[in-house]
Design a protein around this ligand. Structure first.
Ligand code: NDP
Ligand code: OXD
Length: 318
């Protein structure tokens, strides 16, 4: 009976995520010193592995564990699992639902919103040019933040924004109720949601339905001079449509934390575009200390045949 931790799709990526695997192993052993935890690729006996803790692992590896009973994603998003053609079938998949992650996403998005509304990029350029570039006062009341995806992260972000007295609306698949937030739902209300949005925050999962959702059609429905913050997945954004909208002035800027191909290619236009801020997928990084309890709880439930926490709906894809 053993747990395998598989992080990283290749050797380089594995090394980059070594901290996650080793810290999580050590946290879990602190909680229960009897656990047998093996970090890929040093798996001593594949027959022993009953539970796999994974983050963007090398596709096909999970199929090598004949007695696998559970797959626990170490991230909130599970889209990468569904790209594995050999993903073992009929095995429950869970994901991370962690208030610390919600706090981190909130802080990242609030920073991006404030940078935009307070025109921090403009002041920075003025300072570099030693220019007293005074402009008319900015006004928070003029801007509405629209959050696509009101799940665990999106709903907490919405709540935090209302406490900062930032006008906030949201959109999700099924109807939601969040105090002081006008919530829209389904395709029927999508256009109205977009028509009322100045700052679009994307916190949708990557599924067949959401892929390429931020495209020309969507951008056309946003208010003029809108700003886009994508912290969901790169595949949700049609890159050429974003660039074209920034260049013709329909959009005034974008903060991007996630990309179709990560790491972002050094030649990619996003790096040097004056209206784009790039961060390397750090909006909310899995915290081994805060997730260890839920991982262990789910492992115990798995062994006892009890329902798991935070189980992914494989049909929906999130
Ligand atoms: P949840 O599953 O809790 O929430 C997803 C939300 O998206 C739900 O409100 C859901 O609606 C909505 N949704 C899904 N599909 C559609 C659709 N077709 N149309 C409208 N709404 C839809 O996910 P989390 O909040 O935990 O995480 C969201 C995403 O954030 C993750 O999947 C991941 O990709 C990304 N992420 C990024 C991080 C980063 O560092 N950049 C860190 C962590 C997560 P409904 O509630 O009605 O089902
Ligand atoms: C996640 C992420 O999904 O880090 O947890 O993107």
């Amino acid at each position: 009976m053993a747990i395998a931790i598989l992080c990283g799709k290749d050797k380089l990526d594995h090394e980059a995520h070594a901290w996650l695997a080793t810290s999580l192993k050590s946290e879990l052993l602190t909680l229960d010193s009897n656990l047998d935890i093996q970090i890929w690729p040093e798996i001593t006996d594949q027959n022993q592995i009953e539970c796999a803790l994974v983050w963007r692992y090398r596709l096909g590896e999970l199929n090598k564990f004949p007695h696998l009973k559970g797959i626990f994603s170490l991230g909130a998003g599970v889209d990468y699992l569904f790209t594995d053609p050999q993903l073992p079938k009929n095995i429950p998949i869970t994901r991370i639902v962690d208030p610390t992650m919600a706090r981190d996403i909130t802080q990242y998005v609030v920073t991006a919103i404030l940078n935009y509304i307070c025109r921090n990029d403009h002041w920075r350029i003025c300072q570099q040019q030693k220019k007293w570039g005074k402009q008319p006062p900015f006004n928070f009341a003029d801007k509405t933040v629209g959050i696509m995806g009101l799940g665990f992260l999106g709903s907490r972000l919405a709540d935090a924004l209302t406490h900062l007295q930032i006008n906030t609306i949201g959109w999700s698949k099924t109807p939601k109720q969040i105090e002081n937030v006008k919530c829209y739902a389904s395709e029927n209300e999508f256009k109205t949601f977009l028509n009322n949005t100045d700052i679009l925050v994307c916190l949708l999962p990557h599924t067949q339905e959401t892929e390429n959702i931020i495209n020309n059609e969507l951008i056309a429905e946003l208010r003029d001079q809108a700003y886009i913050i994508n912290v969901a997945r790169g595949a949700l954004l049609v890159e050429e449509d974003l660039i074209a909208a920034l260049n013709r002035g329909k959009l005034s800027g974008a903060s991007l934390d996630v990309f179709r191909l990560e790491p972002l290619d050094t030649k990619h236009i996003f790096w040097s575009h004056a209206k784009i801020r790039v961060t390397p997928h750090i909006a909310a990084v899995t915290n081994p200390v805060t997730i260890a309890h839920q991982v262990l709880e789910n492992y115990r439930r798995l062994l006892q045949g009890k329902p798991l926490l935070n189980q992914v709906d494989v049909q929906r894809g999130y």
